[in-house]
Design a protein around this ligand. Sequence first.
Ligand SMILES: CC(C)(COP(=O)(O)OP(=O)(O)OC[C@H]1O[C@@H](n2cnc3c(N)ncnc32)[C@H](O)[C@@H]1OP(=O)(O)O)[C@@H](O)C(=O)NCCC(=O)NCCS
Length: 383
Amino acid sequence: MELQQSSDFTKSAHKPAQNLKIREVAFEDYDQIDALQIAYKRPARPYEEWEHLWANNPAYLSVGRAWSKGWVVERPDGRIVGYLGNIPLFYELGGERLLTAVAHAWVVDLDYRPYSLALLDLYFSQKNVDLFLNATVGPAGHDSFNIFDSPRVPTGDWGRSVFSITNRQGFLAAWLREKAIPIARPLSFGLAGALAIVQSFSFRALPRNGAEHPFQLCKNIDSRFDVFWECQRRNNPHLLLAVRTREALEWHFKYPLRNDRVWILTAGTNPITAYAIFLRYDNPAHSLTRMRLIDFQALDGNITLLAPMLAWALESCRREGIHMFEIIGLRPEKMRVISELSPYRRKLPCWMYFYKAPHPKLAEKLADPNAWDPSQFDSDASL
Ligand SMILES: CC(C)(COP(=O)(O)OP(=O)(O)OC[C@H]1O[C@@H](n2cnc3c(N)ncnc32)[C@H](O)[C@@H]1OP(=O)(O)O)[C@@H](O)C(=O)NCCC(=O)NCCS
């Protein structure tokens, strides 16, 4: 696709007009895309992990050649100055499989920003897609999703996170570093003491993970997860759910499992009756270590195991010295359990989760908050 700067998407350019090409991304573009992400301080990933987003993705393998992995903006000299990845995922609603597209790692060089909306337009123009889901929209992309009539997911608070501090001294040192106070470490010891007094009240109500709730920490995802998913999808036809087969979970968590960045906690042995997945989500710029709840699934929608599983995670974070434990975006009934355990809130830079259902019937179903059970497993929030 040739695009002139006189297209509908043109804004004032910083550089003289050039004929740029927008074309489908190829795996060979990795080095240039990686450089662009790094230049704009976006998270980069090794080639193997980037390729894995498609190469071993069950939805991509099923859709095959009909799927574009995304698009790049290319200068006449071959330099890539813009990128938007396009990841397919399978979801289900009412027993029907939905092909979902996730816009991933959108970035456009400042000098070529007039082309950014052209990339997003290609993404939203895909005809073979049932649903567009984006749970990692940042402040830079927020307004553009409005332009494409992509509404907010109607349940869960995706503009705020709930968190606990599980290593006071480490958390305060990171916080002071963010505020650029030079004597961060020594000062953090003193402040940690003050915070301990506050927290000793906040955590009094923590349920204990005793013999009542024997949980297992899984080192791999086995066939019991297929049995569990079959029950979940049969019991919840009214909910939009990301497909959670063993194959899908293995693909999703392949590298976190390999790098010891994920805890998969199960209740019940065979069958599994509930599971919770926690993922490391560190902020290296501030030396802040974090653990996030990614997913909690329980048979029959029974959320009584959520509190003891969270208690287990909080204890594990404290034991391992992880600074902070965080949760974003769950349904109100799950969030109520969490609010009792996690005393702090922080405002996120913007609302993060948007969707778009091109077919009016699906759009009508998804306008109902009760059709959603959102979590950080959705979209590319934990990919
Ligand atoms: C994402 C991107 C392609 C969008 O390009 P765009 O549609 O042309 O939008 P702009 O870059 O002009 O930014 C849109 C708005 O967000 C603001 N913004 C940009 N980056 C921001 C940030 N990190 N924090 C807060 N606001 C930001 C801009 O100031 C602008 O607001 P304004 O119109 O009031 O000035 C481009 O901003 C980019 O490449 N950013 C770096 C990569 C990135 O952040 N990707 C995440 C996408 S969710």
